[in-house]
Write a protein that binds this ligand. Structure first.
Ligand code: PLP
Length: 397
């Protein structure tokens, strides 16, 4: 049976070059980079090179910090809780602004800080999943400590106007964090250009290993540490460094950055082909204007087809897709992004997310199109809601 992986916003296959590059650091090059003997200096050099690559790929400057963490969730928790300790707990500020469509790493951390009496404003989104910068301007107060807006949404792929949002936050005296987990490796990410203060990312979203990520900190801004201990990473994040994963993350990001143009041409073309095929089926809608989406993502709503049932059929055909964020999938609840963009309950149950990578081929997409069409025909034929809704029914699909 064919196997087609179209769930790259959940996680990606490892870049084979990144995989090969990390292996020696599990075997002969296993020294602690902080040790002074040859084993240590060998890994220390590899570590330095890897970190230099990370700086180059996101255009960070010498005065900035990139701190390696275990994942984006850690980077996000650190930023939000660190700003809480530095600005809100001290009584200087009392407010955080975020959006209603953030990943739970941000939304659950904001809810936790709310339980500690932080005021939290959640910006709404329109039917395309886009925020309104005027709403951000109006939400700013002189007590706003932090604005946290994702660079690109994990479900819809919607790209947010980060540069403009940073300006508004800074004019109001607030710091700015972006969760760039779905942007790094897919879009050109230039931290100097956009001017963010903090940026979180995870390697496994750009063909690196799982369990490694980073936090960019502009001008080495003060941020109370989450992990206290030894002097690793300048004392900002303690814990012995995972050199193999750091080396692999850097190689994966280096390759992803080299392939950004390809992402925008090859991946976009395959995504558009798949999207056009979906849209040619009656009563299928795709959320958000494709011009303002990451080039690999489609969030479709297929009337009369339960998202979970669709996944079952596709899985049987060897195709991996998602109804939305993998982190929410065990709950079998409505897709929260669909709810935020104002979709009704029926539509919110029919979300199908397809997310590609540069490793997908045209043949795979052609196969996926055929199988998706078959699944829609089968599931609509047994759907009571679809059968009883005349305008949906007339398509014959
Ligand atoms: N932020 C976004 C937008 C994501 O898509 C994800 C993962 O799905 C995360 C944060 C969390 O990443 P990790 O699980 O690697 O910490």
């Amino acid at each position: 049976m064919k196997k087609v992986y179209l769930d790259n916003n959940a996680t990606t296959m490892m870049d084979p070059e990144a995989y090969e590059e990390m292996l020696p650091f599990f075997k002969e090059k296993y020294g602690n980079p902080n040790s002074l003997h040859d084993y240590g200096t060998q890994t220390h050099k590899a570590l330095r090179n890897a970190v230099d690559t990370l700086y180059r790929c996101i255009n960070a400057g010498d005065m900035d910090d990139i701190i390696v963490t275990s994942c984006a969730t850690e980077s996000i928790n650190w930023t939000l809780k660190g700003v809480y300790f530095d600005k809100i707990y001290t009584g200087e500020k009392d407010h955080i602004i975020t959006t209603s469509v953030e990943h739970p790493a941000v939304s659950a951390t904001c809810a936790f800080l709310e339980s500690l009496d932080t005021k939290v404003t959640r910006l709404g989104v329109d039917g395309d999943g886009q925020i309104d910068l005027n709403e951000l301007k109006n939400a700013m107060t002189d007590k706003t400590a932090l604005v946290s807006i994702m660079w690109a949404n994990n479900e819809t792929g919607t790209i947010f106007p980060i540069k403009e949002a940073v300006q508004i936050a800074h004019e109001g005296g607030a710091l700015f964090h972006t969760d760039a987990t779905q942007a790094v490796g897919k879009l050109k990410v230039d931290v100097k250009d956009v001017g963010v203060d903090f940026m979180s990312f995870s390697a496994h979203k750009f063909h690196g290993p799982k369990g490694i990520g980073g936090l960019y900190i502009k001008d080495s801004i003060k941020l109370t540490s989450l992990l206290h201990g030894g002097e690793h990473m300048g004392g900002r994040r303690s814990g012995t460094l995972n050199v193999p994963y750091i080396v692999a993350m850097a190689k994966a990001l280096d390759n992803a950055t080299k392939f950004i143009e390809m992402e925008n041409v090859h991946v976009r073309r395959l995504r558009d082909k798949l999207e056009d095929a979906l849209l040619s089926i009656p009563d299928v809608a795709v959320i958000g204007d494709r011009k303002y989406r990451t080039p690999n993502t489609i969030l479709a709503s297929i009337k009369g087809v339960e998202g979970e049932a669709m996944l079952w059929d596709l899985n049987k055909a060897g195709i991996a897709a998602s109804t939305g964020s993998a982190c929410a999938s065990e709950a079998l609840e409505n897709n929260p992004i669909m709810e935020a963009i104002g979709a009704d309950v029926e539509l919110a149950h029919t979300a199908l997310r397809l997310s590609l990578s540069r490793f997908n081929t045209e043949e795979e997409i052609d196969y996926a199109i055929d199988e998706i069409k078959k699944a829609i025909t089968r599931l609509r034929s047994i759907s009571s809601t679809f059968a009883y809704t005349p305008s949906w029914h007339k398509s014959g699909l």
